[in-house]
Design a binder for this molecule. Structure first.
Ligand code: PAF
Length: 282
């Protein structure tokens, strides 16, 4: 695996790969890698001739400075995992390398309602920061495919919107959410859970699954209340949302059963760690 710290040298190297007719797959990450990330690397390796992974904890997407400070950093282990997974290139830039002119974005991304609902509502500015960094990374890496985990369902929709807004020549491939044995969605933030909290954390998945199991027989508002109760009873301190949405638009639905695929999403805090998850009901 070749490690690049500078955008210019990476871009030059990628140009030679493109000239040789290679296809480039890109997996952007913030590190603290787990099997979810590795499955995206694997997906890229089976689709593309070269796989690029980036590790960059992007300061502009954190609306909560404490969350940024506490974001887990496990770089040595990450490098080991990426090498074992057969990654060709790791891009490991500094903040100054990505934002030479400072953190303020010269572009406002017109994301429409996607920016103001769910994650966008509870994390103001988050998706502008995500677009700012992904747009910058895409300009450096110029991949044919970008692989993103569906655990961040709304992020996948936002990046698809970014691709359309700028007609970027890249195809987004969403990857399935990987889960621990008890069902907890794999996430870098799980590393911040104490052993006791880790036991309780699965309640979000259980609540989403409860909705899936009862969607045909129970009223939507009742289902959401029941799910909130499951999460609260497990010991979560705060719930941002439990929502049942149209999987294509992410707009909330008032009733199920019109045959359209749904996505059930939740975000909640456990001992200061914000966990999100979703499941699709096809
Ligand atoms: O999903 C993430 O880890 C981040 O939001 C991403 C896409 C790497 C951008 O910083």
């Amino acid at each position: 695996m070749i490690i690049f710290k500078h955008a210019q040298s990476l871009a030059k190297h990628i140009l030679t790969l493109h000239e040789k007719g290679q296809t480039i797959g890109f997996v952007p990450t913030m590190g603290a890698l787990h099997n979810g990330h590795l499955s995206l690397i694997n997906q890229s390796r089976t689709t593309c001739s070269s796989t690029v992974c980036s590790i960059f904890i992007n300061p502009t997407q954190f609306n909560d400075p404490k969350d940024f400070e506490k974001y887990p950093v496990t770089i040595e282990n990450d490098i080991l995992l990426l090498e074992r997974a057969g990654t060709d290139i790791l891009f490991l830039p500094s903040v100054a390398e990505i934002y030479p002119a400072g953190l303020t974005s010269p572009i406002h991304y017109e994301l429409g309602y996607l920016e103001n609902i769910l994650e966008g509502f509870y994390r103001p500015g988050h998706f502008q920061g995500v677009c700012q960094v992904v747009h910058t990374l895409l300009k450096i890496v110029v991949p044919d495919y970008i692989f993103l985990g569906q655990k961040d369902y709304q992020q996948c929709m936002v990046i698809q919107k970014l691709i359309s807004l700028f007609s970027l020549p890249v195809i987004l491939k969403p990857g399935d959410t990987l889960r621990e044995a008890d069902g907890l969605a794999m996430s870098s933030r799980n590393l911040r859970l104490s052993p006791a909290s880790r036991q309780k954390a699965v309640a979000v998945y259980q609540a989403l699954n409860y909705i899936k199991m009862h969607i045909k027989t129970t009223d939507i508002q009742q289902l959401k209340q029941d799910a909130i109760q499951i999460i609260e009873q497990a010991g979560f301190n705060k719930i941002d949302y439990v929502e049942i949405c149209d999987a294509a638009t992410l707009l909330p639905v008032e009733e199920a059963g019109n045959g359209k695929p749904l996505v059930v999403l939740a975000a909640a805090f456990l001992d200061g760690v914000r966990l999100i998850d979703n499941i699709i009901i096809a």
